[in-house]
Design a protein around this ligand. Structure first.
Ligand code: UD1
Ligand code: CA
Length: 458
């Protein structure tokens, strides 16, 4: 072996039907905490391969390719004649390009980057032709059994369907992934024979190598969680639980409190600040981030939402929204796309805000809908205020100047502008702009002529 760093290609087998998922969605696209299962493998092998992994696709190939995009390369296996046949399709693309080929099943999202690295390092150090990953477990889960001779050398992997009663008792199982010497692999694939069920088994390569006297090595995966393979939705739930524990564990060690970590669901795209407290039933999704010293929940969903420091959110759904610092929201609120609440905004019960900016210190206590609006500093929005932003055809804007006081049950028929320090009476239906400092009442709202045209709020 020379000293040149070997080039490694990763092949991910993803053409199978995944029949036991009983799903219209291909198995590899089933998400675990928001991310398709195969993307966990992309993440884990990222530092090993220079080029993107080559995914062998078959079942609903176009959907898989379109969903995963250019994170990977693709080759089609049609029809699907087994795992060795899948790797043969990869051969067309990869022959001559790499020194080592790492092959992984697509349905093992929990195998860690460290394990892939250990496999590759062991393979290189021992100069094996094949290195396999084993797990020793009481429950065989349908895995292939590792067969060894009296001296302990691996002589093959026997699939459960083909195993003798004696072999079925073997506790050392084939987990995957595998490392192969590329040149040896591409030739040896042609020596794999069709099995009794008509498939070409990748695992037959181990007996082929052994018979040829080639070095076959193993690594043992000691953490059994890593070798959870997903064949049905029970396994999917088990694996999701493990990912949830990994992510929540990481954030707790970073200083986030979780009252009940089993009931907190954080996707791996989310960031959190220290001393933030998460109560049960919190879902943090997509490109969301939460600052320090916040309290979220019970029952809060964040999707692509940014929250600053010291915010409190209780029973709420926030989508593509932004809270600055010290915002207090809920119980029961909905922020939709483009809702932006600046420092110290208070939003009370049963409110909805869409595509609107609320400047610092705005108070919106109860039952309001604010859409397509710009609301100035320190405005008070009375209970039941509605921006009537949609006339059945177009959407229109509302602007409210600072220190304005919007009376309970005001209808702001957009487009409309309420001036600074203006007031609306309870039940006003405002159809025209209201000048600074004036008071309007009634339906439609008219200026109240009290002689006190300018009313300065504190
Ligand atoms: C395979 C192994 C078994 C191992 C187990 C768990 C073989 C023959 N057996 O069994 O020893 O214990 O995984 O690691 O490999 N696939 C294709 N094309 C095909 C068939 C399968 O791409 O024609 C893909 C599947 O999508 C899946 C992977 O290969 O991601 C493994 O196939 P699967 O049928 O699940 O193999 P197992 O029976 O689980
Ligand atoms: Ca499987």
């Amino acid at each position: 072996m020379n000293n040149k760093k070997p080039k490694i290609d990763v092949v991910i087998l993803a053409a199978g039907m995944g029949t036991r998922m009983k799903s219209a969605l291909p198995k590899v696209l089933h998400p675990l905490l928001g991310k398709p299962m195969v993307e966990y493998i992309f993440d884990a092998v990222r530092d090993i391969c220079a080029d993107p992994p080559l995914v062998v696709v078959g079942n609903r190939a176009d959907l898989v390719k379109n969903t995963l995009g250019d994170q990977a390369r693709y080759v089609l296996q049609e029809p699907q004649l087994g795992t060795a046949h899948a790797v043969m399709q990869a051969r067309e693309v990869l022959r001559g390009t790499s020194d080592i080929v790492l092959v992984a099943n697509s349905d093992f999202p929990l195998i860690k980057a460290e394990t892939y690295q250990l496999l590759v390092q062991t393979h290189q150090r021992e100069q094996n032709k094949v290195t396999i990953s084993t797990v020793v477990a009481e429950e065989p889960r349908g895995f292939g059994r590792i067969v060894r001779d009296e001296s302990g050398r691996v002589t093959g992997i026997v699939e459960e369907k083909a195993a003798t009663p004696e072999q079925l008792k073997i506790k050392e199982l084939n987990s995957n992934p595998y490392c192969f010497d590329a040149t040896w692999l591409w030739d040896a694939l042609d020596r794999v024979e069709k099995s009794a069920v008509g498939e070409y088994y990748l695992t037959d390569l181990i007996a082929i190598a052994s018979k040829e006297g080639q070095p076959v090595g193993t690594i043992e995966i000691e953490d059994h969680q890593e070798s959870i393979g997903i064949n049905n939705r029970i396994h999917l739930a088990e694996a999701t639980k493990v990912i949830q524990q990994r992510i929540n564990g990481k954030w707790m060690l970073e200083g986030v409190t979780m009252v009940d970590p089993d009931k907190v669901f954080i996707e791996d795209t989310v960031t959190l600040g220290r001393d933030t407290v998460l109560f049960p039933e919190v879902y943090l999704r997509g490109k969301s981030s939460v600052g320090e010293d916040c309290q979220l929940g019970p029952s809060v969903i964040l999707q692509d939402t940014t929250i600053g420091d010291r915010c409190k959110v209780l029973f709420a759904m926030l989508e593509s929204a932004r809270l600055e610092n010290d915002v207090d929201m809920g119980p029961f609120g909905h922020l939709r796309r483009g809702a932006h609440l600046d420092d110290h905004v208070h939003m009370g019960n049963f409110g909805e805000i869409k595509n609107s900016y609320l400047a610092p210190d705005v108070k919106m206590g109860h039952f309001s809908y604010i859409g397509d609006a710009h609301i100035g500093k320190n405005v008070n929005i009375g209970a039941g205020t509605i921006t009537c932003n949609f006339d059945g055809e177009g959407k229109y804007n509302t602007e409210i100047g600072e220190n304005a006081f919007i009376g309970s049950d005001t209808m702001l028929v957009a487009p409309v502008k309420i001036g600074k320090n203006a007031k609306t009476g309870a039940g006003a239906v405002v159809t025209h702009d209201v000048p600074d400092g004036t008071v309007v009442v009634g339906v439609p709202a008219k200026q109240l002529l009290t002689g006190r045209k300018k009313e300065q709020n504190g």
